[in-house]
Design a protein around this ligand. Structure first.
Ligand code: UDP
Ligand code: MG
Length: 245
């Protein structure tokens, strides 16, 4: 996909990782449309197709033609690479000064976007914290444990690191080098780059179509190795000032 980017540089890019979300996309774009109309910013939507095989790509193309005023761009990964890669690709292609990420399955609520953006003047990164998780009991408990283990190991206080709904100043994203799994540590990695990070409470909704791609075995334990890597980065961070004489 190339040559589809709107000529005018957007102020805001909305990045959506998509892996087999065909039946969610139309409602998602409809909801984003009404939120964007109220924003009064020049906005683009970056749909990242992470190797979907359920017809999501065709649906994205249909919606791009249907909502021409939304500046929908479609970025395709060569195959399914996972959420970190999909987000990294979206961040790479996003051209806005401010970037918002959210899940494409409608569990995050586009109506929360203005709330996050309103804090981006004061902060560099604003992260959503899902107050009433609409996931099953096992998922809620495992994610609570994972958050607490992660926080303890990395001396953090992030309530809900698994919430994709986040807003960032692009200059901080540009400093990141993401590795598989590190989407779970984005607030910590961004703080290492000097970002001021705030949390805001956001809505969470039931998944109505398609399936969750994560479960207890690929979510909870996968993060344990990553913990050591992130802790290592924190300890070995190089902090210096320098000047040319
Ligand atoms: N996703 C992706 N690549 C993957 C797995 C997930 O782009 O390999 C996307 C997915 O389409 C959704 C978001 O990441 O937009 C979150 O995935 P999911 O809803 O399965 O996670 P959960 O909400 O269950 O934690
Ligand atoms: Mg989901």
């Amino acid at each position: 996909m190339s040559g589809q980017a709107p000529a005018k540089k957007p102020e805001i890019s909305i990045v959506l990782p998509v892996y087999n979300e065909r039946d969610n996309l139309s409602e998602l774009i409809k909801e984003l449309h009404s939120v964007i109309q109220g924003l009064k910013y020049n906005t683009e939507i970056v749909l990242v197709n992470d190797g979907s095989n359920d017809g999501s790509l065709g649906e994205m193309q249909r919606l791009r033609d249907m909502y021409r005023d939304l500046n929908i761009r479609i970025i395709c990964l060569d195959k399914n690479h996972g959420l970190t890669a999909a987000l990294a690709a979206g961040f790479e292609w996003a051209r806005g000064d401010w970037v918002v990420s959210l899940d494409a399955d409608l569990q995050n609520d586009p109506a929360d976007i203005p709330k996050l953006l309103s804090k981006l003047g004061e902060y560099d990164v604003v992260i959503g914290c899902r107050m009433k998780r609409q996931d099953n009991f096992v998922r809620r408990v495992s994610s609570r444990i994972a958050n607490s283990v992660r926080n303890r190991a990395t001396r953090e206080t992030v309530t809900d690191v698994g919430c994709t709904l986040k807003a960032y100043k692009q200059e901080y994203l540009a400093k990141l080098r993401l590795y598989n799994g590190l989407h779970r540590f984005l607030p910590t990695l961004l703080k290492l780059e000097g970002a001021r990070v705030a949390e805001v409470q956001v809505n969470h909704r039931l998944r109505l179509h398609g399936k969750s791609k994560y479960n207890i075995s690929n979510r909870l334990w996968a993060g344990i190795n990553d913990l050591f890597a992130v802790r290592w980065m924190q300890k070995r961070q190089i902090k210096y000032t320098s000047k040319e004489l």
